[in-house]
Design a protein around this ligand. Structure first.
Ligand code: N01
Length: 534
């Protein structure tokens, strides 16, 4: 390269799980690799999500990097750690692996352009930093682009307003506050649990009930984590399960069991907690309306046992399922329903009383006027593909990724895009992403990308491009599978349905990690089937 622009073999975008994993392994294999990170610290989603109650919904030890130097020198305090502990974990990752040495922080990449002449990527950031790299690896997660609906009169509201993904670093004391919370996704559920016990008043504005599941949180002792001799095997095994956990679907359909056996089985999943009632239940949960309805019925009975007021219970857990169970992300809860038994916490069903507009002091619905001094927008993200909309990515002939994906997303293997050579992304569109915990899929995809890069290095190859016919076939399979399933029956971010005007399409690979891994292996074992290397 002629200029002062730094050149790297690999430029990684983002210092979350994928970014740290890749940087560590690439350096070990002799690559000159570097990270550009938007935040002031590592952690990705765990750097940004610091709202009260933010907590991971995958359990330990599934939810960590499989790097021995890191896990052998770290102990967790909870089965489902909160954001503060996850931030400490990333500090530990950094201390152990010295990721910061090769990271530029506060560097928000705005442009990435493929240069056909030099067969490199030209990457530019808002702070003026620039780099050239043979390989460009966006590791930007699926929830980087906040979504705030276009609420009428929102700017008229004079109180304090925060989107949960931009929570003030110094925190907010919710004690004694009058709070309005819009949104009942994972974020809304977690905020409710924290606000309810301390606030003066909390109105939760609900459009769709969240079919929450018991977390069954536990404290972990150092002693219980002292023997890590089986960890290597454990991390291998997590990629053999549907969603990258240490549990997976049972080899039976819902109706294979008689009602009393089924009831006991469902109860055992509730008792174990986490996502078992979702991705370690009967294998037809996402496909059989009848089986799914039985899961909903059990779930609803459990919810009603905990909510005192029958009207409130009907809003939170209605007789008619809002969508097939699990086709929208079921969040994990610790004491969500108990909050609504408090006199200071109220759920407002905005289907029965739609929002009209914000005023200086609060919010009008068709039936009531609510006053509050803190408005919390837990309204989610332009998920999965949205993260890419924050960067102007241009491939061969200057084609913009935003234009290519304007009407429909397409990729090969959920990690490469035809016309965008030498670019591999992790934990993004058309991969197991939303149906997998982060580290598992990030590592499977990173390993594949590194194998391919190694092959190219060994064979003096400069560029790799996904073939368009392979991309079309892969994308068709994603959509065909979704159409066979119950997912299109929910308006969810899995399908892009939470953002007005966004194309409705399945944004994830829903056949599970083992099937996904097979596709990666098939490509690798067949001379990188679906790619053109030169
Ligand atoms: O966002 P969401 P999130 N009027 O999109 C409502 C991960 N995560 O931030 O359901 C009124 O799920 C919307 O209503 P509806 C996790 O994967 C993980 O909670 O569309 N309401 C919904 O209730 C999660 O799934 C953790 O009808 C409106 C809410 O806003 C993903 O991130 C913690 C509205 C948005 O919920 C996103 O979760 C947090 C409108 N116009 C997040 N527009 C862990 O525990 C939207 N809503 C690891």
């Amino acid at each position: 390269m002629t200029s002062n622009v730094p050149y790297y073999d690999v430029l990684i975008l983002g210092g979350g799980f994928s970014g740290c994993y890749l940087l560590h392994h690439l350096r070990k294999q002799g690559y000159n690799a570097h990270i550009f990170e938007k935040g002031a610290g590592l952690g990705g989603t765990w750097f940004w999500n610091r709202y009260p109650g933010a907590r991971v919904d995958s359990d330990i030890p599934v939810y960590e990097l499989s790097i021995p130097e890191v896990y052998n020198t770290w102990t967790w305090t909870e089965r489902f750690p909160g954001w503060a502990e996850l931030r400490k974990y990333f500090k530990h990752v950094d201390k152990t692996l010295n990721i910061s040495k090769d990271t530029d922080f506060n560097t928000c990449v705005t442009d990435a352009t493929w240069d056909e002449k030099t067969q490199t990527w030209d990457i530019r950031a808002a702070n003026g930093k620039r780099a050239r790299a043979q390989f460009f690896l966006p590791c930007i997660g699926f929830a980087s682009k906040n979504f705030t609906p276009d609420f009428k009169g929102l700017t008229n509201y004079k109180g304090e307003v925060h989107h949960t993904n931009e929570w003030p670093e110094e925190g907010i004391d919710m004690t004694g506050r009058k709070i309005a919370l819009i949104g009942t996704g994972s974020t809304g559920v977690q905020i409710t649990q924290e606000a309810g016990p301390v606030c003066k008043e909390l109105n939760v504005f609900q459009r769709t009930p969240n079919l929450v599941l018991p977390m069954q949180q536990q404290k972990l002792t150092a002693a219980s984590q002292s023997d890590k001799s089986d960890r290597e095997q454990f991390y291998k095994h997590r990629t053999d399960t549907y969603a990258g956990f240490d549990f997976t679907f049972v080899d039976k359909d819902t109706l294979d069991d008689p009602p009393e056996v089924r009831e006991k089985f469902y109860q055992s999943l509730f008792d174990y907690g986490g996502f078992t009632f979702w991705v370690a239940t009967y294998r037809d949960i996402f496909y059989s309306k009848e089986g799914n309805a039985l899961a909903y019925d059990f779930w609803r009975r459990k919810a009603h046992e905990r909510i005192k007021d029958p009207k409130t219970a009907e809003i939170l857990a209605p007789t008619v399922a809002p969508h097939p169970f699990g086709t929208k992300r079921p969040s994990l809860e610790q004491n969500y329903y108990e909050q609504f038994n408090r006199p200071n916490v109220n759920v407002v069903d905005i289907n029965a009383e739609p929002l009209v507009e914000f005023t200086a002091k609060g919010l009008k619905t068709t039936k009531n006027e609510y006053e509050f001094d803190l408005l919390i927008l837990a309204t989610g993200f332009d998920a999965v593909t949205g993260s890419f909309k924050l960067i102007n990515v241009r491939g061969v002939n200057g084609v913009k990724l935003g234009d290519k994906w304007a009407n429909a997303t397409s990729s090969y293997l959920g990690l490469a895009i035809s016309g965008f050579p030498n670019m591999f992304y992790t934990y993004g569109p058309q991969a197991p992403t939303a149906f997998s915990n982060g580290p598992t899929t990030a590592e499977v995809q990173s390993d594949f990308a590194m194998s391919l890069m190694n092959y190219m290095r060994e064979n003096n190859l400069r560029s790799v491009n996904a073939n368009i016919d392979a991309e079309v076939a892969y994308t068709k399979d994603i959509n065909d599978e979704a159409n066979r399933s119950l997912f299109p029956l929910a308006k969810s971010w899995y399908m892009g349905a939470n953002i007005p005007g966004k194309p409705i399409e399945m944004l994830n690979y829903i056949k599970g990690i083992p099937a996904y891994k097979e596709l990666l292996e098939e490509s690798e074992q067949n001379n990188w089937k679906g790619f053109t290397l030169s």
